[in-house]
Write a protein that binds this ligand. Structure first.
Ligand SMILES: [Ca+2]
Ligand SMILES: [Ca+2]
Length: 360
């Protein structure tokens, strides 16, 4: 991953499941939530962490490249309730594992100049919880600073669907979603099985709409069939490389129970995907699948493995009746970005930088 493609901050993945007495192995699990954070600051609380839906029985992992400008010995401090561990360049530096109240452990490591792969993990069983990651060394003038201080943490933007969630009342069909989202995150796929419960991370079980966007890579071009299984309405739009506009491929809109609708659309190379969905009441479900040469002609969910990159241009094209006298806005010239020093490249992995081969 080119240095310029790295973003400031780190990736945080949250997993909700029953916890034991040690940091669990998370390598084969899919996170319930994934987002980027600038630092790891969760003071001791009996409540929920910001953005989490549970206060007990969860585990978290953070992945980042730690940028070191001045080589030397660095000290890392882990404070957590319950246990936590910190690895740098796949070597364990701090072990604060086990069931305990807020407690600090530390470790020292000699670091050369450049990018170092940092991985921290913690788990919370019951009672209070918290987590902080602090370091000190030449880069922090030997003061205690949160990892992430001064853009010292960087991450590889994850692949997958960008998920934008909106809470809207009284919908009978898909509304215009060009508005400010209540929540935004990256999802590995769009698979929400039928339920009357709240979707993980959502504020409510009814009266919401979602837009997912991504850039899909079709390795073997040809005829593809696209499926939307939803309760209530949903729509799929695709835009092939070079095409000017999105094409509506599946229309499963309206208030209805579980219903599958499919459409055919040839695809090859990079394809921009946009999915829209809404739920009024009762049960909710949304599953996005496709079949064609890349899937051995089996109908399967579209997953992040087929993604090229996160797609950020998410605007839904304007509704009919555009204003004729749109004022021309002259954009201020962007300042040329300062050239970052090019440290050595990160270790080779599956491209997501966390080196665990799970792709995100
Ligand atoms: Ca606890
Ligand atoms: Ca419904």
């Amino acid at each position: 991953m080119a240095w310029q493609a790295l973003k400031s901050g780190m990736i945080e993945k949250v997993f909700y499941f029953k916890q034991g007495s040690k940091c669990p192995d998370l390598s084969s699990r899919s996170p319930n939530m994934m987002r980027s954070v600038s630092k790891i600051i969760y003071p001791k609380t009996k409540g929920k962490w910001r953005g989490l839906v549970k206060s007990e029985h969860f585990a978290v992992r953070w992945d980042a490249f730690l940028i070191i400008d001045n080589p030397g010995v660095y000290t890392f401090y882990l404070s957590s309730d319950d246990g936590s561990k910190l690895y740098i360049d796949k070597k364990r530096i701090v072990n604060n594992d086990g069931l305990h109240a807020m407690r600090t452990a530390y470790g020292k490591v000699k670091l050369v100049r450049g990018q170092h792969y940092l991985f921290a993990t913690m788990f919370q069983k019951g009672g209070a919880s918290g987590m902080r990651v602090i370091y000190k060394g030449e880069d922090t003038q030997n003061r205690n600073r949160y990892v992430g201080y001064g853009n010292s943490a960087r991450y590889v933007p994850p692949k997958g669907f960008k998920e934008e969630v909106y809470y809207i009342k009284n919908m009978k069909k898909l509304p215009n979603l060009n508005r400010v989202a209540a929540m935004e995150r990256i999802r590995p796929h769009v698979v929400y099985a039928e339920t009357t419960q709240r979707w993980p991370g959502f504020k409510q079980a009814d009266d919401f709409a979602v837009r997912w966007t991504g850039l899909l890579s079709i390795r073997r071009g040809g005829g593809y069939r696209w499926s939307l299984l939803s309760d209530d309405g949903s729509k799929l739009y695709l835009r092939s490389n070079g095409a000017k506009k999105f094409t509506q491929v599946v229309n499963n809109d309206g208030l209805h129970g579980l219903k599958n609708k499919e459409g055919n659309q040839r695809a090859s190379g990079k394809v921009q995907v946009r999915l829209e969905y809404f739920e009024r009441g009762g049960k909710a479900c949304m599953i996005f699948r496709y079949m064609g040469p890349d899937t051995e002609n089996k109908m399967v969910p579209v997953t992040y493995r087929a993604f090229v990159a996160r797609y950020t241009d998410t605007k839904t094209p304007p509704m009919p009746k555009p204003k004729k006298s749109a004022k021309k806005v002259t954009k201020p010239k962007p300042k040329p970005a300062p050239k970052p020093k090019p440290p050595p490249p990160p270790p080779q992995g599956d491209g997501d930088g966390d080196g665990d081969g799970d792709g995100y």
